[in-house]
Design a protein around this ligand. Structure first.
Ligand code: ADQ
Length: 503
């Protein structure tokens, strides 16, 4: 390891495929803005002002490393932690990211094995890029730093770090589900991946079910690795080292969402949204463009609801927000076309003078707009066919300060393990069932809505992002977040606080 930051040991080093910023070209100049997505929303408030380091790819293939590092230096100022880029070439990006991560691991781990493309060329790139990430980690980390690696793109990084002789404690958190053995067994590199995961000290999953699936895979494929359960954890002994696996359901900064939802600007935005869609209930769908989010079936269910319950016509509007994502992958573009076809078919069938059943938005919204929709929608319709957690459900709950919203949630979202009691649960493959749930939400009494929402809010508030990170760090290094150094000389400027939830 180099001497970088040698005086400040014991820091938190986060490693993820993407940095929490998005780069944009403004003429010749390179600029960055805060990124979106679950991982960024969850981790940025944790690292802010703590003087740690976040290592990841910039999002720009074949970029000039010096240019990128100079912009990152500027972004590090307001965020209060250092950002460092791992450069990737277009070819690496194609094979490792689009290929292995998104054509193999993403569909397989979401139980969509028929969508996988097990191209052997992807594997070599996945190994070499994971090694490259490990090399960069050794440049910035010093002894005693806790290195916390995130998500399915980087499952081999600990194995490379161990090869380089790194003995730091290494944590991993998988943001997506871990499949059952039946499905995991189909992966041609199943042994390599399982063995590499066992080079971490702590492997975190979103739910008990994901952890159980992982342990069952270890028991089946690596029977010589002893595995036993202790408390809420599983202890797996690998060549003299103890590896633990546990469930740590990720969450949000509840108080911050609630505070923003109460702000004047969000209240105003919420008022305008409902003023433009008066005398009706708003049903809200918010998703990244992804085939795991179940958007086409949700639209089918909404069509089915309008067909079966004509009394809802002109009294309900579905606002479906889709955030552009991975649009350079043909499958994602096909999904966009399918969604647009369905929206126009449904609008064509039901639109009346002055009323359109579906408002479809395909772009990044500002936080103010997004929170305005969360705050004002009477119903949230969240129906992924499989999802690690789904933060949108928790964000909706935190922003529902009037406590009159109803959450309809897929049985296959990780969030169901915490929200099942007071959400209306649906099977996203059951069109009639989803349509019944929309009708049940539409006709639910004010008292019942309040009771359910009050309990949902209390649960998410109690299990917020800080509790998530605390419980993970406690398990990984027996330390609390407040044990990690805080950059005392750093005072965030007002603009950075305005960026708020994003960096
Ligand atoms: P994602 O698949 O990205 O995350 P999700 O958890 O729903 O899914 O998070 C989406 C994030 O994007 C939310 O924080 C939301 O605020 C943000 N967002 C949504 N619409 C937006 C918009 N229009 N503009 C800006 N931001 C928007 C992965 C896993 C999930 C897991 C998370 C965290 O797939 O299952 O919950 O990581 O672990």
């Amino acid at each position: 390891m180099t001497e970088t930051a040698q005086h400040s040991t014991g820091r938190l080093i986060i490693v993820s495929n993407r940095l929490p910023v998005v780069f944009e070209r403004d003429g010749d100049a390179l600029k960055s803005r805060p990124g979106s997505g679950g991982l960024v929303t969850a981790l940025a408030p944790v690292l802010r002002g703590r003087g740690g380091t976040w290592i990841g790819w910039s999002g720009l293939p074949d970029s000039d490393q010096e240019d990128v590092e100079s912009v990152l230096n500027d972004s590090s100022q307001p965020s209060g932690y250092a950002l460092h880029a791992v450069p990737l070439t277009s070819e690496e990006l194609d094979l490792y990211y689009h290929g292995f991560a998104n054509e193999i691991l993403w569909p397989l781990f979401h139980d969509l094995q028929s969508q996988c493309n097990f191209d052997p060329a992807y594997w070599d790139a996945y190994c070499s890029v994971n090694r490259k990430f490990a090399e960069h980690v050794t440049t910035y980390a010093v002894t005693d730093d806790f290195i916390w690696i995130h998500d399915y793109h980087l499952m081999l990084t600990a194995a490379s770090l161990r090869e380089f002789g790194v003995e730091n404690r290494l944590g991993f958190f998988l943001h997506i589900p871990f499949p059952s053995p039946d499905i995991f067994l189909k992966l041609p590199w199943r042994f390599q991946i399982l063995n590499a995961l066992l080079d971490f000290d702590l492997i975190g999953f979103q739910t008990m079910r994901d952890k159980r699936n992982f342990v069952e895979c270890v028991r089946m494929l690596l029977p010589k690795v002893p595995a036993r359960s202790i408390g809420g954890f599983h202890l797996l002994r690998q060549t003299g080292r103890d590896v633990r696996a546990g469930a740590f359901p990720i969450s949000i900064d509840f108080t911050e969402f609630e505070r923003r939802a109460q702000s004047h600007e969000v209240s105003e935005s919420a008022w305008y949204i409902h003023e433009a869609l008066p005398d009706r209930q708003i049903v809200l769908g918010v998703d990244r463009l992804d085939y795991t989010k179940g958007i086409p079936s949700r639209l089918e269910a909404f069509r089915n609801t309008l067909r079966r319950h004509p009394d809802m016509i002109q009294n309900i509007t579905l606002v479906q927000i889709v955030v552009p994502s991975r649009t350079d992958i043909p499958k994602y573009n096909d999904l966009k076309v399918e969604i647009e076809r369905l929206v126009s078919e449904i609008n064509g069938e039901f639109t009346r003078s002055g009323w359109v059943p579906i408002h479809y938005i395909f772009r990044h919204l500002t936080r103010r707009e997004l929170l305005g929709y969360y705050r004002t929608a009477e119903i949230a319709l969240i129906t992924p066919i499989k999802d690690g957690m789904n933060l949108v459900a928790k964000e909706y709950i935190a922003c529902n300060i009037e406590r009159n919203g109803v959450l309809i949630l897929s049985e296959f979202a990780g969030a169901v393990s915490q929200l099942h009691r007071d959400a209306l649960l649906v099977n996203p493959y059951d069109i009639d069932g989803m349509s019944d749930a929309v009708y049940q939400a539409f006709t639910m009494s004010y008292e019942e809505r309040r009771l359910r929402m009050r309990r949902l809010r209390a649960g998410v508030k109690r299990h917020d992002i800080y509790r998530w990170v605390e419980s993970y760090l406690e398990a990984a290094v027996s330390r609390h977040l407040y044990d990690f150094p805080v950059t005392s000389e750093y005072i965030p400027p007002v603009e950075a606080q305005e960026i708020g939830l994003s960096i």
